[in-house]
Design a protein around this ligand. Structure first.
Ligand SMILES: Nc1nc2c(c(=O)[nH]1)N[C@H]1C(S)=C(S)[C@@H](COP(=O)(O)O)O[C@H]1N2
Ligand SMILES: [Mo]
Length: 366
């Protein structure tokens, strides 16, 4: 039945800012992110490296194997019959806010604004349950083991399918799930129907969609997505030719924040303006958010609104703006008292990952 991934996709595409149609990559306008603390599935950014695979839920199987007691093959019904957990988690692309880095100097990849992020309730069995069902013995857990995922989609123009891995400790963590449901409904095709991993706090790249198999092994996945791509590199390093041992493997996401309202270029009336946005810090808490109406010379502290352990914090602040051109800015702080870099120049890298500088929005006030 749901073996038609493209059904209704054009309508959903029309809601988003589309960076590429094939592979499909799109993000919502920033004010849409503030409509609801849980992002509607149809407003949730889509990051795909290849085709949208057509998977029939009736014949779907997940294969589990590797350094485990036995091999396991599970149907979707069997996965749904296991103990189910719901985790509210933010998913964010490592390329979120790449547009700001691109403004410094050229970078590769789609020019994501600050919308390559979203928060949802994800439901399914914990990954640890599935590994245990396949005979994984907790006593054999040790440093150096990894859980590798293989997927059904073929990476654009390449002859391999998408794959990635996470360290075993994160795979066993209670927040890590295999989700078949997003905000209470079956995953949409573009978000990984019928089954994806959700690895809260980690970059989206480590939450594989359209799962085919899971393997416990003594090294990270050798898939190019894991071994070569999604590495945070010093600015002088050419990403071509980077291998498994180079760079920082992007896992836990750094502190970040963005202004969602008012929009860039907005025309505002002089006086009191409400600034709204999100802040996020991987698996840690956001402790404070500052907002400036004058490009960072003076700051006020925002009110922190809804938050949860692996999810973003919504915030808002009132500022007074006199007539003229103004640059609004936002920066978050974590519980260790660390904050975001002031300028994107500080963290520029050729692939445009981890853009986390103060988010700046120019407005005109009359
Ligand atoms: N199989 C597969 N899984 C994938 C991807 C992909 O292209 N193929 N993209 C990854 C990346 S880089 C991100 S940021 C998230 C995006 O998830 P979403 O499209 O549901 O927002 O999925 C991840 N999982
Ligand atoms: Mo991503």
């Amino acid at each position: 039945m749901p073996n038609q991934p493209a059904r209704d996709l054009p309508e959903r595409m029309a809601r988003l800012i589309v960076h590429e149609r094939a592979p499909y990559n799109a993000e919502p306008p920033l004010d849409r992110l503030r409509v609801s603390w849980r992002t509607a599935a149809v407003d949730f950014y889509v990051r795909s490296h290849g085709d949208l695979p057509a998977i029939d839920a009736r014949t779907y199987r997940l294969e589990v194997g590797g350094a485990l007691g036995r091999k396991l093959s599970l149907s979707l019904a069997e996965i749904q019959a296991m103990p189910q957990t719901t985790v509210t988690a933010t998913l964010q692309c490592a390329g979120n806010r790449r547009a700001d880095l691109r403004a410094v100097a050229p970078v590769s990849g789609d020019p994501w604004d600050a919308g390559a992020i979203g928060t949802a309730d994800w439901t399914g069995p914990r990954l640890v349950e599935v590994l245990t069902a396949a005979g994984f013995d907790m006593a054999s857990a040790r440093e150096g083991l990894h859980v590798a995922f293989a997927c059904h989609d073929t990476v654009d123009g390449e002859d391999y399918r998408y794959g990635a891995s996470i360290p075993l400790a994160k795979a066993l963590a209670p927040e890590t799930l295999l989700a078949h449901t997003m905000n209470g409904a079956a995953l949409l095709p573009e978000h990984g129907f019928p089954l994806r991993a959700v690895v809260p706090g980690y970059a989206g790249v480590r939450s594989p969609k359209w799962l085919a198999s899971i393997t416990v092994q003594d090294r990270p996945s050798d898939n190019p997505i894991q071994a070569n791509d999604y590495k945070f590199l010093p600015p002088q390093v050419d990403p071509e030719g980077v291998g498994p041992d180079d760079g920082i493997t992007i896992e836990t996401m750094p502190l970040n924040s963005a202004i969602c309202e008012p929009a860039r270029g907005a025309a505002l009336a002089a006086g009191r303006t409400t600034v709204r946005g999100y802040a996020v810090c991987g698996d840690r808490a956001v402790a404070r958010v500052d907002v400036s109406g004058d490009g960072g010379r003076h700051w006020v502290q925002a009110r922190l609104e809804e938050a949860a352990p692996f999810a973003w914090t919504f915030w808002s602040a009132e500022i007074d703006l006199p007539p003229g051109e103004h640059e609004l800015a936002a920066r978050a702080w974590d519980a260790a008292g660390q904050t975001q870099p002031a300028a994107p120049d500080d963290t520029w890298n050729r692939k445009g990952y981890l853009g986390t500088a103060w988010h700046r929005v120019r407005v005109t006030v009359a």
